[in-house]
Ligand binder design. Structure first.
Ligand SMILES: *Cc1c(COP(=O)(O)O)cnc(C)c1O
Length: 386
């Protein structure tokens, strides 16, 4: 059931939409995902003459599960959330685009976000012909909730927050974010792509309390599955149903679904529908992720210290993510110099609020050493030029 306060935010044609039903929706399809059918059908169904597939098996001839039932129930277990509050997307970028397509009327609605932040929100807004209002973060990159609320008006359908924020690396204040959720009068999307690197925790458990809150996460960063394109949205079940109706029916390929399930593994046996715990310490997939995140955080702090010692580095911002924002004397020249050493970082110097800054992803110990060695050489060239 779509709650009244959400229904009035939905684009009218989407509210009226009769969604495409896939062939595999027509029956309550089967638990054998290797045959490409959904997790619900009786195992007795053996003859699939419903989807115009090529019947000769090559391992890939059947359509995949359009509802990603296995992944969603595994995520429910890991994240401690009911499957009805989980949407799986072709990367978080699909979920971002869906927000515009569901809630915004092109040429009429507007969306509000912070600056600087992740570039996809403004690109998705532009593609959907939606005005995009950017509210600058404070000097220290903290969130000015009052300024965000002031930028909202009766045409605002979406607010995008990103915590920890890309490219600044800091987590936003939880209380300030929730103040926006309570007062904005529209959908508030909190992008938590880097939450697993932060001690600040996640807002996903608050979606039960706030029907206008959408929390985005991804398997692309901490979970190490960027190539598989698996983004996650947590929201009120009414919003999840809207996302299900608007998405492409087979938005996640079976190659991707199978690989995700293999990497997430079986987990621990939990009793029935008990999703309250989440992130079990004894869950091997979670343990592996936590171990890697721990190594990345130790490398981040080491790298941050070493960068801070370099003469041409003006500032290294504190980071709650797996990257560092670093202000240097001549960002363009350093960026070019590193390319000459076969090291690529992200040049953010032309992003408003990030003048003079490079964004550096934390790599393995060897990769970070290679970076520091190259920077030592740059130090010599910058001394010579002075
Ligand atoms: C990397 C990143 C994502 C990830 O997007 P996917 O499409 O899931 O790979 C989302 N949001 C932010 C802020 C990011 O930095």
């Amino acid at each position: 059931m779509l709650k009244e306060e959400i229904a009035r935010l939905v684009r009218p044609n989407i509210l009226r939409l009769t969604p495409y039903t896939t062939a595999r929706d027509d029956y309550q399809g089967s638990g054998d995902s290797t045959k490409g059918n959904t997790a619900k059908s009786p195992a007795s169904i053996r003859t699939f003459l419903d989807a115009n597939e090529n019947p000769f098996g090559n391992g890939w001839n059947r359509y995949p599960d359009p509802h990603q039932v296995l992944i969603r129930s595994r995520l429910a277990e890991i994240k401690g959330m009911p499957p009805a509050n989980i949407f799986t997307a072709n990367g978080s970028d699909e979920a971002i685009d869906l927000m515009f397509r569901i809630f915004c009327t092109p040429g009429q609605s507007n969306a509000v976000s912070i600056a600087p932040t992740y570039g996809m929100y403004s690109v998705a807004a532009a593609i959907n012909d939606v005005e995009f209002r950017e509210v600058p973060l404070r000097e220290d990159f903290s969130l000015d909730a009052d300024a965000v609320l002031q930028a909202c008006d009766s045409g605002t359908r979406l607010v995008f927050l990103c915590s920890p924020n890309n490219p600044t690396g800091n987590a936003l204040d939880r209380g300030e974010m929730l103040r926006i959720v309570r007062k904005a009068g529209c959908i508030v999307v909190v992008d938590e792509a880097y939450a697993d690197f932060s001690s600040g925790g996640s807002l996903r458990s608050a979606v039960g309390e706030y029907s206008n809150l959408v929390v985005l996460q991804t398997l692309s960063k901490a979970w190490g599955m960027a190539a598989l394109r698996l983004g996650i949205a947590y929201a009120d079940s009414g919003i999840i149903s809207l996302m299900e109706r608007v998405k492409y029916p087979y938005n996640i390929s079976r190659a991707s679904q199978d690989a995700v399930m293999e990497l997430l593994g079986q987990g621990v046996q939990t009793a029935g529908d008990d999703f309250r715990t989440g992130m079990e310490e004894s869950d091997p997939a979670v343990e592996r992720m936590r171990r890697e995140v721990g190594m990345i955080i130790r490398q981040r702090d080491k790298l941050s210290g070493a960068l801070g010692e370099m003469g041409f580095v003006q500032k290294v911002w504190p980071s709650d993510a797996n990257f560092l924002l670093v202000k240097v004397n001549d960002a363009d020249r350093l960026y070019g110099f590193l390319i000459g050493k076969n090291i690529i970082v992200r040049n953010r110097t032309r992003v408003s609020g990030c003048e003079g800054c490079l964004r550096i992803t934390v790599g393995t110990a060897e990769e970070n050493d290679a970076l520091l060695k190259a920077l030592d050489k740059f130090k010599d060239t910058s001394n010579q030029s002075e």
